[in-house]
Ligand binder design. Structure first.
Ligand code: 9MR
Length: 359
């Protein structure tokens, strides 16, 4: 009897030594055969525990703000471009073997007003100069770019004529009309034929907004190919993925199906799931509110459901990038949307993404 008890205790000790100390697997290893796994980077993530997590789990990054027009382009037309912040990040990623996705060239927000002002001819020249300058600077260092970001309006009801669904308050739209989207992609293709060109937007779980994007990509690509080009002009659709506990995963599935029809690759580009039921517009870092266990579990379940879905579409999905490492430094910290808490401890959401079949 005593021998049996000692044997059981030894077995338990062995199990504890092998499992209790075992570190969670790197996410990039878990999804190695499926798609790239990414996160955003900003100055906080460039050192310490954040950088350790970045190196361990992620093989692709997107600069959270540093490559946006407002941070690269000069204050006035005659000024100098500012590369320092973005360059130091890109160089550090290169040293660590992490791929960089560029975000973003043409956007209605975080863009200098002089760029979209003046006559249509001036705005066109500004767009062409900006795209040429930025793509030339990062040539060979950034593999893909969000060429146009968030061009579609909110609340689309009839997606059949995609041009009528564009965000009319965009400075680019106001000066150049709906053709600015195609101009941006044509300019980027000419500037650097090696890179992968993305259209990126939020709210693409909404079937009308998704259909408008699908129609736009199809229309632009069909016309480009009809000119004798043997490739698409828009290579990929970025579904940002700023979700909450309100999400119905079937809506994401429906949009993935819709985008698959276009034949271009899809990436989930800015994934986070805020733990509130309403799609609230309360933003900002450092609002590290306590997350009740029940919400943490619901959030984990939703992450697991999404990753099971993404795996089903692994032949079409190139990359899944999270928009934030930890709840404290997330742009939506009040909703605790990340895989790690403010102290960088893994949350149930992390374990759900590590092993979605268990949730
Ligand atoms: O996370 C970014 C935040 O730090 C900025 O203040 C904000 C300004 O617009 O942009 C956030 O990132 C956005 C991204 O560039 C485009 N999609 C929505 C993201 C969250 O707002």
């Amino acid at each position: 009897m005593l021998k049996k008890i000692i044997l059981i205790q030894l077995a338990l000790l062995f199990l504890c030594l092998t499992n209790c100390n075992s570190k969670p697997a790197a996410l990039k290893a878990v999804y190695k055969k499926d798609f790239l796994i990414g996160n955003v980077i900003n100055h906080v993530y460039m050192s310490g525990g954040h950088f350790d997590l970045l190196k361990k789990h992620f093989n692709t990054v997107t600069c959270e703000n540093e490559m946006k027009p407002e941070n690269l382009a000069p204050l006035s037309k005659s000024g100098e471009y500012k590369w320092q912040m973005a360059d130091s990040m890109v160089n550090k990623m290169k040293e660590n073997g992490i791929q960089v996705h560029g975000h973003t060239l043409i956007w209605h927000s975080q863009t200098r007003t002089w760029m979209t002002s003046g006559s249509p001819q001036e705005a066109k020249e500004n767009m062409i100069n900006h795209i040429n300058t930025v793509l030339d600077h990062f040539r060979g260092k950034v593999v893909s770019w969000d060429v146009v970001n968030e061009a579609m309006a909110d609340g689309i009801t009839d997606p059949s004529d995609w041009k009528s669904c564009l965000r009319a308050e965009s400075g680019w739209y106001k000066t150049l009309g709906p053709d600015y989207v195609e101009l941006a992609f044509r300019t980027a293709r000419q500037a650097d034929p090696e890179i992968i060109l993305y259209y990126n937007d939020y709210g693409l779980n909404d079937c009308n907004k998704a259909a408008a994007v699908r129609n736009m990509v199809k229309d632009i690509n069909d016309r480009y190919k009809a000119e004798g080009n043997n490739r698409s002009l828009i290579d990929g659709i970025g579904m940002q993925g700023h979700y909450g506990l309100w999400l119905n995963v079937n809506d994401v599935r429906a949009s993935l199906e819709m985008f698959k029809e276009t034949g271009v690759e899809i990436s989930i580009t800015e994934l986070d799931i805020e733990s509130r039921l309403t799609n609230s517009r309360e933003w900002g870092v450092n609002r590290n509110t306590v997350m009740p266990q029940e919400q943490a579990q619901q959030q984990a379940k939703l992450y697991a459901q999404l990753f099971r879905l993404f795996r089903e579409y692994k032949d079409t999905i190139a990359r899944v990038t999270f928009w934030g490492m930890d709840d404290k430094n997330s742009w939506k910290s009040i909703g605790n949307p990340c895989l790690f808490d403010g102290e960088l401890n893994p949350k149930p959401a992390f374990f759900a993404v590590s092993n979605p079949d268990e949730y």
